[in-house]
Design a protein around this ligand. Sequence first.
Ligand code: PHE
Length: 453
Amino acid sequence: MATTPTNNRGTWNTKIGFILAAAGSAVGLGNIWRFPTVMAENGGAAFLFIYVLLVFIIGFPVMVAELSIGRRTQKNPVGAFKALSNNKLFTLAGFWCVLCGVAILSFYVIIAGWTISYFFEQVFYFFGMTDWSAWVANTDNGWLNAGLAILFMGLTVSIILGGVSQGIERAVRYLMPMLVVIILILIGYVMFQPGAGAGFREYLVPDFSVIDMDLILAAMGQAFFSLSLGMGALITYGSYLSKRENIPSAAAYVTGFDVGIAFLAGMLIMPTVYMAQAQGVAIFDDAGSLLAGPALIFQVLPELFHEMGGLMGLIFGASFFFLLSIAALTSSISLLEVPTSYVIDEHGVSRKKAAIGIGAFITIISLFIAFDTGLIDHIDFIFSVIGLPLGGLIISLFLAYVWKTESAKMELQNGFENIGSHWFWPVWKIFIKFICPILIALILATTIYDVIR
Ligand code: PHE
């Protein structure tokens, strides 16, 4: 079902197109790189449990909020806050959203670059070019990191130039489902390997005694990062959404899809880590905790594919890293779309100039990170773990107390006529007015208190 664009902003062509694009934004390195890494640092199954809880208690309601603000205002986050309130503080909040997008994208392209280099690592390894495969697998090589980041940013900019439905929508339609199939096949393979059982246990049997404030904060940051929330990516994507679509239902699909893929990625990576141990790869550090850090999946997964060996190893290894690059690309375009649409809407710059200019600016920041990948953890902590929930807090307060839930209801009625008599309405209202802001504020406040104490 094609819908005609309501204005020259462009609209997603189909409902499934929108869901795939939003799911494409959500599903990315957050699910397959960040989720297993953060989980490995935070005690396995207990983290998974808190994470899933926070996705549904905080993430889903905030996603509905972002999409309705976006569709109502047809704007980027700065423009959206401006359109609905004269208070300059909210304009500032809009800038904070744009800044988080810029900061996150600056390290995102580095990790995404690694997905490209490991694609080649698999190919070189298969052809016996071990020097080449070792060279390309070196995540400490600053020049290599820089080159790959520039390449990846170039890809991102070129899709953004195509506009929303031609560029973004077309790219995600077939590639997302392919990624799911590959992960499922790999889980099937890993399941029967020696050592994998310990990994499944670590992943699925929670030890609730490890839950502390650090774990809860990390889980909240992961929920926001993975669902692309808290920086207006979904305000921006919502602005391209047709008035006929049912926002809560679209949000439910996107949330479900994102959690599903993260869960599957964990099912693949945790057992693989332990399987690697059974084969003599060190997976614990001297202090006895699981080796993690940004390069975790890039250390254990290639080993898994080498272990499979031969043509099978090549096929799975190369297609896994290829699809991971695509998943990263469908997320990086949403990260870049936020500052780009801000400059287009608010400063009247053409799409072409905006996308290229901002892409170039962010790439310059990435170059610093390329030569010092230790920066990733710090930027990630400030802008993903603290920044995104802070953005989410502002968005829910803004919706509930400035724009008001009754106005949101009028917007949500487009595509969901009987919302007023549906159980969803009173429940969502309580979440967005009280539960989400109070929980986010409490978790952030406890963290800040811990830091300054
Ligand atoms: N959700 C994306 C991922 O999981 C990252 C992202 C964060 C995209 C914030 C947009 C906004 O990889």
